[in-house]
Ligand binder design. Structure first.
Ligand code: 6GU
Length: 228
């Protein structure tokens, strides 16, 4: 898949995209992530993209013209399955949304900054809006990075063990059970005996019970839909 990210701060993505799973998705040829600087689409001499809000108030607003210019330019090259605006006043990203977006060929993610973007741009140029949680960040860049990571790790062939995305928390509607590695005992705290038993059936049953118990304790809302 190809992900085009539009931002005023493309450098913010360089570190994240060059490590770990997001890096592997690209070097394995499963994904291409292309950064675009919104300023390159400014029609002004000083490359500015923002202005004062009509009606007054604090903060600057990114104008509709550079956004239109940028997205129309990118759309001349390819069709996007979704054009996502990341913003805190939107539905919160969840695993089903990440799963669905991972099936798209071309994805566009637009990062706002300052007070936000002109409402007309939201209406005219995006097919979906996504937040990453109910708190405010300084800009959309970290949210776009979170969304990109959540999507890239789902692409086939990116994770070593093909089943390991399937065993993530949320993929079966449950949190993951506790996991352990050596040593068997640390300062008197032992690894649960069942995990050392070599008995696959018992281990599977224990992990399922632990997942249900942990979900009930930490995220009971995930169980609400499953109990009918
Ligand atoms: Cl997408 N943007 C900003 N600026 N803050 C956020 C967010 C997005 N999601 C949660 N907080």
């Amino acid at each position: 898949m190809r992900i085009d990210i539009v931002t005023l701060f493309p450098e913010m993505f360089e570190g994240f995209l060059n490590y770990s799973i997001p890096h592997r998705a690209q070097t394995k040829g499963r994904a291409e992530v292309v950064l675009h600087n919104l300023r390159d689409y400014s029609l002004r001499k000083n490359r500015s993209v923002d202005d004062y809000p009509y009606g007054g108030g604090a903060g600057m607003v990114i104008g509709v013209e550079p956004i239109a210019n940028c997205i129309e330019h990118l759309e001349r090259e390819r069709r996007y399955a979704e054009k996502v605006f990341v913003t805190p006043d939107a539905p919160v990203l969840d695993q089903p949304t990440a799963n669905r977006l991972s099936l798209c060929d071309n994805l566009l993610i637009f990062c706002g900054h300052y007070k936000g973007i002109d409402e007309r741009a939201r209406q005219l140029f995006f097919t979906q809006e996504i937040s990453i949680g109910d708190y405010v960040l300084s800009g959309g860049e970290l949210a776009a990075a979170v969304l990109t990571d959540a999507v890239l790790r789902l692409l086939p062939g990116v994770l070593n063990d093909e089943t390991s995305a399937l065993s993530d928390s949320f993929q079966d509607g449950l949190l993951t059970p506790p996991i352990y590695t050596r040593p068997e005992e640390f300062r008197g705290h032992r690894v649960p005996e069942v995990l050392l038993s070599g008995h696959d059936g018992k281990i599977r049953q224990w992990r399922y019970e632990q997942a249900v118990e942990k979900t009930r304790r930490l995220k009971p809302e995930l169980l609400a839909g499953m109990e009918e």
